[in-house]
Design a protein around this ligand. Structure first.
Ligand code: PLP
Length: 405
């Protein structure tokens, strides 16, 4: 086989469909978020980043940086091993305590990313609970889907955010079998929010375990940043709460929180936990500092919500089409992959604004979008420049569409 020709043809297909991914080479500057330097074509230019998942700007917070510097100087660069073989550093232990406390659970377990935490925890639970049936929301993230698939457990997909459909599907399975319901709180692309309490009602009725991914909500919602489950007063009803340390907490890593026994079980059987070097101590120290700060400070969350409302209102006033939702994610709908990439390129090249296009398979074909994530650090001026740029581009597209008609 001509392997190179095969790779080339597959990539050419992505180009044709307008969904070839181009990485934007950024240099972030601590102290100047959301402004960054874009390296391109041998040169550089300043850009404002509007699509970061460092939702609150904690990646430059002095207490996080100080904790990381201190741990780096005390413990050195890496952890030096897997958790089992010399790689459990005291910072990991402290971070797991911080996480268990955040979600008011008995225990927590760290993983090298949110992706790995979902893949490993769901894969382990669903494969080792005897004859387990898994009920997965149709919009679940790739990491959950892959974990469930890896488990080879029987899988039932319920309609997105639909407790009645879940109820119907659970009712079809033998009541004696173990069951696991896996879903998210804030869905990252549409920004819609799950009816967690109602899903717990249904799961309880059928004796199913509940597994909630709070990746896009931890740090951002609830009085202490415990996510939507904290905000809605239902955290105690969930068997497993999973999260990331890489988005609002702005460092790196993933975790589950649950009962002592469940965490011990995953710790003991999950290959994705056991056979990999643990997080660098400085990363664990930075994440713990970020969580601690957001447990007691409401200021970032309040300003975040205010900025999101301001961006939404400005886009509405300018007639830029957005998908409505109750979260901090503002999807600007373009609904064409080539146009979406073109608008993103124009924003970057002409206006110094960076918003990555989101195309298939991240979202369904025909729903391509610019996913805008306002942060507490975006100023009124930043918002004004974003909306002016989009208005100019939308005007041009309108003219072009009319010319084509
Ligand atoms: C819903 C959801 N879960 C899990 C992850 C993975 O988390 P991490 O980036 O920490 O690997 C992501 C995205 O990154 C996500 O959107």
């Amino acid at each position: 086989m001509d392997y190179e020709a095969f790779f080339g043809a597959e990539i050419a297909g992505l180009h044709r469909e307008g969904r070839y991914r181009v990485f934007t080479d950024l240099e972030r500057h601590a102290g100047r978020f959301p402004h960054a330097t874009h390296h391109h074509g041998g040169g550089t230019r300043p850009v404002t980043v509007w699509c970061s998942n460092d939702y609150l700007g904690m990646g430059q917070h002095p207490s996080v940086l100080e904790a990381m510097h201190e741990a780096l100087d005390r413990c050195g660069a890496g952890a030096g091993g897997t958790r089992n073989i010399s790689g459990t550093n005291h910072y990991h232990v402290l971070l797991e305590r911080e996480l268990a406390d955040l979600h008011r659970k008995e225990a927590a377990l760290l993983f090298t990313s949110g992706y790995v935490s979902n893949w490993a925890a769901l894969g382990t639970l669903a494969s080792r609970l005897p004859n387990c049936a898994v009920f997965s929301d149709s919009e679940n993230h790739a990491s959950m889907i892959e974990g469930i698939r890896f488990s080879r457990a029987e899988r039932h997909i319920f309609r997105h955010n639909d407790p009645e459909d879940l109820d119907r599907k659970l009712a079809l399975v033998d009541p004696a079998r173990p069951k696991l319901v896996a879903f998210e709180s804030v869905y990252s692309m549409d920004g819609d929010i799950a009816p967690i309490g109602e899903i717990c009602d249904v799961a309880e009725k059928h004796g199913a375990l509940t597994y909630l991914d709070e990746v896009h909500a931890v740090g951002l919602y609830g009085q202490r940043g415990g996510g939507i489950s904290e905000r809605d007063g239902v955290a105690h009803r969930l068997d497993v709460i999973e999260g990331t340390l890489g988005k609002a907490f702005a460092v790196h890593g993933g975790y589950i929180t649950a009962s002592e026994k469940l965490c011990d079980f995953v710790r003991s059987f999950a290959s994705g936990f056991i056979f990999t070097t643990s997080l660098p101590p400085a990363v664990a120290a930075g994440a713990a500092a970020s969580i601690r700060h957001l447990k007691s400070s409401e200021a970032e969350r309040a300003r975040h919500q205010e900025r999101v409302a301001k961006v939404r209102a400005a886009l509405d006033a300018a007639d830029i089409p957005t998908m409505p939702n109750d979260s901090h994610i503002v999807p600007v709908m373009v609904c064409d992959p080539v146009l979406c990439k073109g608008i993103s390129d124009t924003l970057l090249d002409e206006f110094g604004i960076y918003v990555q296009p989101i195309n298939y398979p991240t979202v369904a074909r025909g729903t391509e979008r610019l996913r805008i994530t306002p942060s507490p650090l975006h100023t009124d001026e930043d918002i004004g420049r974003l909306v002016d740029a989009l208005t100019t581009i939308w005007g041009r597209i309108g003219l072009r569409q009319k010319a084509a008609e």
